[in-house]
Ligand binder design. Structure first.
Ligand code: ACM
Length: 515
């Protein structure tokens, strides 16, 4: 998978393609231009962006390759996610599927002499591309990023721009963490108080651990159904699969602020203003499990066809020990530990989501109670949990915090901005680049269980787009090469990364400078 031979083409693509040869000269694109290829949202989006960048007309035609268009695309089944790109008299792409098409377009966006995103204000009369031949394919189908829009809410504009940057790096899944103790972020028709009450908190905790203070500033926001439709459509144009997460039965305080009857203590709750894990969780009544199921199904319906993440992490069981319904269920099922109760949520939610024809994901804690075999485990606590899941017959998305949590500081230096954990917890880009998606200890017969990996952006300490940029980049660029499967020697990557960061500068990305 990894290779010591770095890209000698001088193209400085990130992730490095499997094969690239630079040919002499450049090809110029100017309007009017024609893009020939199948009717596909990725090509519609490319045409729009090219028209914006060139400040002139870009037409679409459905003709066969070689019809004389400036850019010709065709799809023909081959290795999943693969594509061949030739830039010569014209630009020709042969892609195996939608994923390959998106990756080919991402390569063009990196190669072109200017910004090829519609939000760029600059028009270029002419865009040039280096002449080349390139053949490329990913190792992993699940190349993802997670974004916590619960701890801090981000507008659809910010999320769409983040998607641009994922696509530029050939990442194809965006996992949206839509609820947590500190906020509920998606409108649910059947449960309106989730956003009326749960989307707003009175204050936010700030400062280093040990010196925390409330800033006294209200924070909130949520996505309407129409916002979600906009995100889905935008994702489609970039070949990105959105993965909504509704996190139950823990991390439920914002839901309990809206519907306290689903709590364990009979008290009224406020949306959380402090970070950390609330001990207030959903109770074990049939009504609460039905509530979780109804909400998750409604949110799933807003994301047609998407895999659905049912959460399941960090659920304290202390309240269940004192709740009569939970205790009765323990007796009824013969459970010895209250942790086993969580399995009643996991299995009900997973069966419901699967019955909708969707893939189901959950955090690795669900392995500690009953879990449906078709649940894809997102292994975050350690790679060992990914191994355990694969051995138990689950597909796995690797997300170990030690390598993929981009809310950790980028060095141990005290000048780093406040991050979720104090030094010595730090993840420099070099450590991300050293991450191996398939753990060495996993037997080869189970390698197919590892669908891929994703980086996580938890946003307790990330309130703005600029700070999101700072925490995400350049580590996300390093990760992109790891999960594409062409990671090689660190020093060679560092050289390419320098050039790639110039690309990100052009796109106004406020990345952390590399040391
Ligand atoms: C997690 O970081 N609690 C999934």
């Amino acid at each position: 998978m990894s290779s010591d031979i770095d890209d000698r083409s001088g193209l400085n693509l990130v992730p490095r393609p499997r094969f690239a040869r630079r040919l002499k000269g450049e090809v110029e694109l100017r309007s009017p231009l024609t893009i020939c290829g199948p009717d596909h949202p990725i090509l519609d989006r490319l045409a729009e962006d090219l028209a914006g960048a060139l400040g002139g007309a870009v037409h679409r035609c459905a003709g066969e390759q070689g019809c004389g268009a400036g850019l010709s695309f065709s799809i023909s089944p081959a290795e999943p996610g693969s594509y061949a790109l030739t830039i010569d008299q014209e630009v020709t792409v042969l892609a195996s599927d939608s994923d390959g098409l998106a990756s080919a377009v991402a390569t063009l966006r990196q190669l072109v002499s200017g910004s090829l995103f519609s939000r760029s204000e600059k028009h270029h009369q002419v865009l040039s591309l280096p002449r080349l031949r390139l053949v490329d394919a990913p190792t992993f189908a699940w190349r993802g990023a997670h974004l916590d829009v619960a701890r801090h809410f981000f507008s659809t504009n910010v999320v769409c721009r983040f998607m641009d940057l994922l696509h530029l790096h050939k990442l194809n899944h965006l996992h949206l963490h839509l609820n947590d103790d500190q906020g509920w972020r998606v409108e649910v028709q059947g449960w309106p108080k989730l956003t009326e009450v749960g989307a707003w908190r009175s204050s936010t905790s700030q400062g280093r651990i040990g010196e925390l203070h409330d800033n006294g500033i209200a924070h909130g926001g949520f996505y309407t159904a129409s916002d979600i439709a906009q995100l889905c459509s935008y994702a489609e144009g970039l070949g990105i699969t959105l993965v909504p997460e509704i996190d139950f039965p823990g991390h439920a305080l914002s839901a309990l602020a809206a519907y306290p009857e689903f709590g364990n203590t009979g008290e009224r709750f406020a949306v959380g203003t402090q970070w950390g894990i609330s001990s207030h969780v959903l109770n074990m009544t049939a009504e609460a499990i039905e509530f979780a199921t109804s909400v998750t199904s409604e949110v799933a319906a807003l994301f047609p066809g998407s895999p659905v993440h049912i959460g399941g992490d960090e659920c304290p069981t202390s309240e269940w020990k004192h709740h009569e319904v939970a205790q009765a269920l323990m007796d009824e099922h013969g459970f010895r530990e209250p942790r086993a109760l969580q399995g009643l949520y996991t299995t009900k939610l997973a069966r419901t989501v699967a019955a909708l024809g969707r893939k189901v994901l959950a955090w690795d804690e669900v392995l500690d109670a009953e879990v449906e075999p078709n649940t894809i485990i997102v292994a975050w606590r350690h790679v060992l949990l990914g191994i355990r899941a694969a051995r138990a017959g689950h597909d796995v998305v690797m997300a170990p915090m030690e390598f993929t949590y981009l809310d950790w500081a980028q060095s141990e230096d005290s000048s780093e901005p406040i991050a979720i954990l104090p030094p010595p917890f730090a993840t420099p880009w070099q450590k991300v680049y050293a991450f191996e998606v398939i753990p060495a200890a996993l037997e080869e017969a189970l390698h197919h269980r590892i669908l891929g990996a994703q980086v996580q952006l938890w946003t307790e300490y990330i309130p703005t787009q600029d700070h999101m940029d700072y925490m995400a980049f350049p580590r996300l660029s390093a990760f992109a090469e790891v999960v594409w499967g062409t990671q090689g020697q660190q020093h060679a990557f560092a050289r390419r990364l320098h050039c790639h960061l110039e690309r990100l500068s052009l796109l106004q990305v406020k990345f952390r400078p590399i040391d």
